[in-house]
Design a protein around this ligand. Structure first.
Ligand code: KG4
Ligand code: ZN
Length: 335
């Protein structure tokens, strides 16, 4: 079966073709240039841009794959979570295609796409611990198989990527700032400026990043205007180190306490070089393997949606033409 995957949940319009073995094409059109000047995503603008881009992006995905529209035998689309206006563009497109071509369609969860994307590149044995860490989400799941998850914990406030993006905005780095902070941090000692690590004792696998951001705001105000400019690398390194340490501590603890010997990281922040390095080191101390997809499969893409959708379509799962977007679909369920 040849499946077309469509992803429009946030600020990337993406389409991919997957034949069950190989990703034949994986096209992403980013909207960063549109949202950059606002310091964050403007939902209305995102939806409008998806509407303009969805057809050209699908065309390109078909062309690169060398498949005509009639060769598509199934459609998978991100149904949620995400921005409702943005989601509806992909959902409506998928419905129209399924209706006209009389092919099966399935709506899938974006987070589930991220957490299973690694299966496209690595031989992974279940169960594994999945850390989804992006601009909108920071959660830990036990992944027993595709469709079988146990939620262990999530952030109580900002997502890790959001914490990096908010720091970037404060420091005038532009949006999104995660990759810029990654680069700046490489030039400085992460211990030069010490940032706090949140302690949450009652829920052992929950995260919190808002205190870190407040600490940075207070620091910049206290030290005056020139401070941030002069110490940009040190601030980036110290701030990123705190984010990374909080992620690594909880994730390795969750893996050990649940006797899981594989950690899989996914989502945009899983592209971070310091996080990759420190998670590998910390996992390695306990014989825990740490895996993550290549960077294009970490950030938002449609290959992960086509791959996940393929698996569900193969099992006979179908969405009807009454499918709607589910903007608030934060927790994967089912064991
Ligand atoms: O998964 P993603 O593309 O979109 C969703 O949020 O679903 O993740 C985007 C997030 C942004 O917050 C961005 O700043 C962050 O991932 N990011 C990074 C890096 N590349 C992207 N954060 C840290 N280091 C990076 N290299
Ligand atoms: Zn994402």
């Amino acid at each position: 079966m040849i499946v077309l995957g469509i992803e429009t949940s946030c600020d990337e319009t993406a389409a991919a073709v997957f034949d069950g073995k190989k990703v034949l094409s994986d096209i992403v059109s980013s909207q960063i240039d549109i949202h950059n000047k606002y310091g964050g995503i403007v939902p209305e603008l995102a939806a409008r841009r998806h509407l303009e881009m969805v057809l050209p992006v699908v065309h390109e995905a078909l062309q690169v794959a060398g498949v005509s529209i009639s060769g598509i035998e199934g459609v998978a689309v991100t149904q949620g979570p995400g921005l409702i206006g943005a989601l509806l563009v992909g959902v409506s497109f998928a419905k129209a295609l399924a209706y006209v071509k009389k092919i099966p369609m399935v709506g899938v969860n974006h987070i589930e796409g991220h957490i299973t994307a690694v299966l496209l590149e690595e031989e992974v044995t279940f169960p594994y611990l999945g850390l989804i860490v992006s601009g909108g989400h920071t959660s830990l799941y036990i992944v027993n198989g595709i469709g079988s998850y146990r939620h262990l914990g999530s952030t109580r406030d900002d997502a890790a990527g959001e914490a990096l993006d908010k720091a970037g905005k404060l420091l005038g780095l532009g949006y999104p700032a995660g990759a810029i902070i990654d680069r700046l941090a490489k030039e400085a000692d992460p211990k030069a400026i010490k940032f706090p690590r949140a302690q949450i004792h009652d829920l052992p696998y929950d995260f919190s990043f808002s205190g870190l951001k407040t600490f940075l705001v207070n620091l910049v105000h206290k030290e005056g205007k020139g401070f941030a400019e002069k110490n940009l690398n040190q601030i980036a390194a110290g701030y990123l180190e705190a984010v990374v340490d909080m992620l690594v501590d909880k994730t390795v603890k969750a893996a050990r306490e649940n006797m899981l010997n594989t950690i899989v990281m996914a989502g945009g922040v899983a592209a971070n070089s310091r996080l990759r390095q420190k998670m590998k080191e910390a996992g390695g101390e306990f014989g825990i393997k740490v895996l993550y997809p290549s960077i294009p499969l970490c950030t938002d893409n449609a290959a992960m949606i086509a791959h996940l959708g393929y698996s569900y379509l193969e099992k006979g799962k179908r969405s009807g033409l009454d499918m709607n977007g589910i903007p608030d679909w934060p927790v994967l369920e089912g064991v």
